[in-house]
Design a binder for this molecule. Structure first.
Ligand SMILES: Nc1nc2c(c(=O)[nH]1)N[C@H]1C(S)=C(S)[C@@H](COP(=O)(O)O)O[C@H]1N2
Ligand SMILES: [Mo]
Length: 318
């Protein structure tokens, strides 16, 4: 069954919103009240965050999502469209050896070996909220370094205004790249404006929960842009190219009226097929009451990033 992101998802098109049952709830055999995300109390909170994560990370005002949920509920369409596919179908993927090309409008283009990158730029722990455009969210303790550090080493030329990212293409190791009825075009591509890419919140993650990224999380290196919908956070990156033109992005090409280039989390701008006002908290709640919370503008990172957009109409440039 194709997931939510697709413009023609059989389930949510043909089922009234209040009866829609998520795949997860369906597997658990629970009813529509749960699936509809009716806010309940009696929500069991996740365990308290390790002190070190909170101390070294940026404030996220929440406990981390349990590791088992972070590593088993994923979107990574190269391995399949179900949330469980990336963890279950990525066993053949080999994240080493791996290199990342940094090129385009830079004075110092370079092909980096993944381990040389980690040695050069280190790994800090950052606890970030992650809000998928499908209206669910997690809190994830990443390891990584600021994309800005790598870009400064590349020395962008004066004309550079955007950064284009490209994911790996390996159909032999990635079953989702071997066709199917609904498919994105490969490689998965994403992009940021250069000032967004240089923002200190923008992370290149090389690990999660204190360990190297597992395949389903985007091994060996993926982007994390916590104030934008999750699809901007491109996985298994092979190329980072500085350009003077806004680069094409995968979901925008698939459905431009549903997924903009900016994709800033915004509870006031609904997706054409569902509300963005609130989100399901993955890993919380029970069989009988899904846990939800109101969605925050810029996913709660407005104090840090709102200035990037002060001259823009966020309804038009969504
Ligand atoms: N290459 C690639 N990157 C991707 C995706 C994908 O399908 N392919 N899915 C995106 C989406 S929709 C989300 S919500 C996040 C999910 O990251 P997570 O599985 O680590 O939570 O990855 C993003 N990055
Ligand atoms: Mo997503």
């Amino acid at each position: 069954m194709p997931s939510f992101h697709y413009p023609v998802p059989p389930v949510c098109e043909i089922t009234p919103r209040h009866l829609f049952m998520s795949r997860r709830a369906a597997l658990l055999g629970v009813g529509s009240a749960v699936a509809a995300g009716i806010v309940g109390n009696g929500v069991s909170r996740a365990a308290a965050p390790p002190e070190a994560v909170l101390a070294r990370g940026w404030p996220a005002q929440q406990a981390p999502t349990p590791k088992k949920d972070v590593l088993s509920y994923n979107n990574f369409y190269e391995f399949g469209t179900d949330k469980s596919d990336p963890a279950e179908l990525s066993g053949d993927f080999k994240p080493r050896p791996w290199s990342v090309v940094v090129d385009g409008l830079v004075d110092n283009p370079r092909t980096w070996d993944i381990d040389a990158l980690i040695k050069q730029f280190g790994q800090q722990e950052r606890l970030y909220r992650m809000r998928c455009v499908e209206a669910w969210s997690m809190v994830v303790p990443w390891l990584g370094f600021e994309l800005g550090a790598l870009l400064r080493a590349a020395a962008p030329k004066a004309g550079a205004r955007y950064v284009a990212f490209t994911s790996v293409v390996r159909p032999a190791e990635m079953p989702g790249q071997r066709g199917g009825l609904f498919s994105l075009k490969w490689p998965y591509v994403e992009g940021l404006r250069l000032d967004e890419a240089l923002h200190p919140l923008t992370l290149l993650a090389t690990g999660v929960y204190g360990e190297p990224l597992p395949n389903q999380s985007g091994a060996p290196i993926r982007l994390v842009v916590p104030w934008k919908y999750g699809f901007k956070s491109i996985k298994s990156i092979t190329r980072i190219t500085l350009t003077d033109q806004q680069p094409p992005t995968s979901w925008n090409q698939m459905a431009p009226n549903e997924y903009g280039f900016y994709a800033n989390v915004n509870p006031m701008v609904d997706h054409p097929r569902w509300s963005q006002a609130s989100e399901q908290i993955i890993g919380e709640g029970s069989l009988f009451s899904a846990a939800r919370k109101p969605t925050e503008l810029f996913n709660g990172y407005g104090q840090q990033v709102a200035g990037l957009y002060k001259t823009m109409d966020l309804r038009k440039e969504f």
